[in-house]
Design a protein around this ligand. Structure first.
Ligand SMILES: Cc1cc2nc3c(=O)[nH]c(=O)nc-3n(C[C@H](O)[C@H](O)[C@H](O)COP(=O)(O)O)c2cc1C
Length: 193
């Protein structure tokens, strides 16, 4: 017989789904809820305890700078980008009441931990946060995009040479949901040797 805790945990996993940042509205997480999200991240497995990742929150008063970095990134990709396209790139920075960048570090460590293990650790931290958000009745979304590795974005976030931006996390109240996505059946991803 499954415990109530296991059933509840699974219900949070099942009910979580990606919410596009434009569908996330305020109020965002309270200071206490935000701490809970980060405490959830800190429970992630971390081979060698090397702390290979971090998160950088983008407060509301820094969104314009992020928008500027997105627009600069577009110009770096396409010097002839139209004013409308630049405006769209700029506007992306203003979506979702709570926005943060997830960063992984590939600096050499002792013990040596390869990048894929560091990314797994970050992925676990992110999933912990998404599930905690679900338990707090907050919607969440992961996004990336073509500006992820742009010089303007690296500069704004003051990323070190040994760091890479991986994705953005957005949290807020859900305005509208897409229909639930079909999840894989066990047989689609499990086999026996
Ligand atoms: C690292 C990473 C980056 C992603 N970037 C985007 C993105 O830029 N735009 C988007 O629509 N979905 C993006 N996704 C996918 C969504 O976050 C989401 O996982 C996917 O649509 C499946 O929906 P689900 O999470 O509800 O199962 C990304 C996922 C990951 C893991």
């Amino acid at each position: 017989m499954e415990s109530a805790a296991a059933a509840q945990l699974f219900a949070h996993m099942r009910d979580r789904s990606h919410v596009a940042p434009k569908r996330l509205e305020g109020p965002g997480p309270s200071a206490q809820e935000l701490d809970r999200l980060f405490e959830a991240a800190a429970q992630a497995p971390d081979h060698g305890r090397i702390r290979p990742w971090r998160f950088i929150v983008v407060p509301v008063d820094k969104r314009a700078e992020l928008g500027q970095a997105f627009a600069q990134a577009l110009l770096a990709r396409d010097a002839h980008a139209s004013p409308e396209a630049l405006e769209r790139a700029h506007a992306k920075a203003f979506r979702a009441p709570c926005l943060m960048l997830a960063v992984v570090s590939h600096t050499p460590s002792e013990p040596l931990v390869p990048l894929q293990e560091r990314l797994i650790s970050l992925g676990c931290a992110i999933q912990n946060m998404l599930l905690m958000a679900q338990a707090l009745s907050l919607g969440s979304g992961i996004t990336s995009g073509q500006a992820m590795h742009a010089a303007s974005v690296r500069e704004l976030f003051k990323l070190r040479d040994d760091e890479e931006a991986v994705c953005y996390l957005a949290f807020g109240r859900v305005v509208s949901h897409k229909p639930p996505r079909r999840r894989m059946a066990i047989a689609e991803f499990v086999s026996s040797l």
